[in-house]
Design a protein around this ligand. Sequence first.
Ligand SMILES: Cc1cc2nc3c(=O)[nH]c(=O)nc-3n(C[C@H](O)[C@H](O)[C@H](O)COP(=O)(O)OP(=O)(O)OC[C@H]3O[C@@H](n4cnc5c(N)ncnc54)[C@H](O)[C@@H]3O)c2cc1C
Length: 385
Amino acid sequence: MNSDRPFFRPSLSYWEIDHYLKDIDLLVVGSGIVGLTTAIFFKKKHPNKKVVLVEKGFLPSGASTKNAGFACFGSLSEILADLRFSTQDEVFALIAKRFEGLQELRTLTGDKTIDYQPCGGFEIFREEDESQFSACFDILEPMNNRIRDELGLEHTYSIQNEMISEFGFNGVSKMIWNRHEGSIDTGKMMAELLRIASASGIIILNSLEVSEWNDNQTYVQVSFANGLEIRAQKVHFATNGFAKSLLPDLDVEPARAQVLITSPIEGLKVRGTFHLDEGFFYFRNVGNRVLLGGGRNLALEAETTLELETTQLIQNRLDQLLKENILPNSEYEIEHRWAGIMGVGPKKKAILKQLTDNVSCAVRLGGMGVAIGTSLGKESTEMIA
Ligand SMILES: Cc1cc2nc3c(=O)[nH]c(=O)nc-3n(C[C@H](O)[C@H](O)[C@H](O)COP(=O)(O)OP(=O)(O)OC[C@H]3O[C@@H](n4cnc5c(N)ncnc54)[C@H](O)[C@@H]3O)c2cc1C
């Protein structure tokens, strides 16, 4: 590349170079929840700095526009599963981070804008899950006490078996309710974050995939798959499940998550957000439809992929769960199926890291990004400055 003309491409005008591509103070890579909130909080703190956000997809193309919209901080069986790999203090710190992160998101966007519904989160147990239920029952009061003492929330988890029949389930024998959880409209959340970013003066460029970067300590040279090259003072990667190709030393792997949504169902009884099986399956109503996702645990290796495709194995299991347990007596069609890519690793903990003098990253949000994404964006800003 000619070092005097880093933006050289015959098709670019003086105006395009001058307005979009020159004198960038912060380049954020990836326009998911983390990239957007990093850019938004940074611009709030440094209104005169030029912030550019680049995204490889024509829309954000990882997890943020594809998720289930659960505003949740942990079902008891998920917490028990986490305790197998982490200490009590680590697990509790994550619960607190998820709860506080949700408050941060709601404060930034406003509840009405993202259609936040304080419906609570239900964990259901089928007849074959009895022993899992007993283990959850054993930690229910200790968890309630710790959450009360540290987060000030009263009676977080309670047994609600008498409500099971209201939802029309089949083969479900026990249910635990977390009264402090809720749901959001994922599309509205992302539209609002994009709106706030644009209104703050952040430049958002889509269909631009970063292919290489180099921090020469004076600036960061960034190359794109389409041949464009630009410079930025600071670069922050918010590429989550895609991180490894540009940041090979990070311990983060892609994890595909598959979802389906039904047609509208007359007289639908399922209302709220629901989990089962350590959070590996989840469903909720979206108006009069049911959205159901999960099943990654059925094929963990095959689901360690960046391919945005659905598979027969997992979709068949979702269909079966819907038919046998969730909607046993309803008429419906499966209207749409899709997949998104999360970032996971050996620890259920995001990576927020300074990589070189001018390059940092915030990745590996697992299935918790609605909850922790906004606060991770805010923390990123503190690190970049
Ligand atoms: C199906 C599904 C259901 C989920 N349900 C929930 C839920 O109910 N509640 C919850 O809290 N979390 C949920 N999650 C997880 C949550 O969506 C993620 O944790 C969160 O969206 C991660 O946000 P992010 O900004 O870190 O990553 P992403 O949203 O993945 O954003 C990363 C972006 O970087 C872009 N990118 C990657 N590489 C490049 C490159 N080289 N150049 C330019 N751009 C690049 C990608 O296209 C992508 O848009 C779910 C995830 C999925 C997939």
